[in-house]
Write a protein that binds this ligand. Structure first.
Ligand code: AVJ
Length: 300
């Protein structure tokens, strides 16, 4: 963490590593974000799920071993598994042991006969997956989580997923579609300030876990729509000239200087498929306002 933070603060423009937004407090704040009136994404994806669950299960076919990336609480997954025709098994991959254990409890209670082989780990790194002999693998990757990765990292992840599932294997992926900044900006800068608290929480974590001395009173959350790159960008902006210390180093910030903490890529089906070169688009589903999409891809 210290090495990554030093690297980020030494680069131009300055960045802080996005993945550290999700400590216990950050995960709790993100959960609150998903209920905000401005944050349409979770609700909209759930409505696509409600309307097209059976179509998704049918597109995936039978004898499927479902692998889920960042399974979290796994509410969508249970419904998907129940709609699938005799799933061969289920592998949730989740970095948080606590979240993994909680979701396993729920799945085992609801579907006691299901073969579940969990993996606690970081899906952006190569992982050892359980053997799934005789069944087709389909990766489930909802929530536009892929949007937090840059183009290179997205391409690399999608290439690795294609290798994981192999020829004939699938990917059911949820993405947030390009829409008006009038909807996007408030979704990432809500009136109640929950997203600001989520972003600023990163500084508390770096103080606690990396020995930094950020004063969160001297930083402000900012959300910007980058039209050219089709992504929302979140920043922490220094409200005055100041110095921050970390691991024996000193970082000077000027008033108004922005540190980039998160990107949330927005997609068209074409831009998604341009990243997913090893896959072909089989089917996709959207909500009635076309704000989000679930796409089913297969390795050709
Ligand atoms: C969980 C990555 C999909 O980018 O929309 C929400 C995270 N950050 N509000 C997103 C997030 C600020 C979220 N993802």
């Amino acid at each position: 963490m210290v090495r990554q933070v030093i690297e980020g603060l030494s680069s131009t423009p300055r960045t802080l590593p996005t993945q550290y937004l999700y400590d216990a407090k950050g995960s709790e704040l993100f959960e609150r974000i998903t209920h905000l009136p401005e944050y349409y994404l979770t609700r909209t994806e759930m409505s696509i799920f409600d309307d097209h669950l059976d179509d998704m299960a049918a597109a995936m076919g039978s004898d499927v071993w479902l692998i889920e990336l960042g399974s979290g609480a796994g509410t969508k997954t249970l419904r998907l598994l129940q709609a699938m025709r005799e799933p061969a098994g289920y592998t949730p991959i989740e970095i948080s042991k606590a979240a993994l254990d909680a979701s396993l409890d729920a799945i085992q209670t609801e579907m006691p006969g299901l073969d579940v082989q969990a993996v606690c780990g970081d899906f952006t790194h190569d992982l050892n997956l359980p053997e799934t002999p005789g069944s087709r693998r389909v990766v489930f990757f909802p929530g536009s989580t892929i949007g937090n990765l840059g183009a290179d990292a997205s391409r690399a992840l999608l290439r690795r997923l294609a290798r994981w599932v192999g020829p004939g294997g699938g990917l059911l992926i949820g993405v947030d579609l390009i829409k008006s900044p009038d909807l996007l900006v408030p979704a990432y800068d809500d009136a109640a300030g929950i997203t600001a608290a989520f972003n600023l929480n990163l500084l508390d974590r770096l103080n606690r876990e990396a020995g930094a001395d950020f004063d969160r009173q001297l930083w402000e959350h900012r959300a910007v729509w980058n039209k050219r790159e089709a992504r929302m960008e979140s920043y922490l902006v220094s409200t005055r000239d100041q110095e921050v210390h970390l691991a024996g180093r000193r970082f000077a910030f000027s008033a108004g200087e922005a540190v980039w903490t998160e990107q949330s890529q927005k997609y068209s089906l074409a831009s998604l498929m341009a990243l997913a070169q090893d896959f072909s688009l089989r089917e996709h589903w959207t909500d009635d306002r076309s704000w989000c999409a679930m796409a089913y891809l297969e390795v050709s």
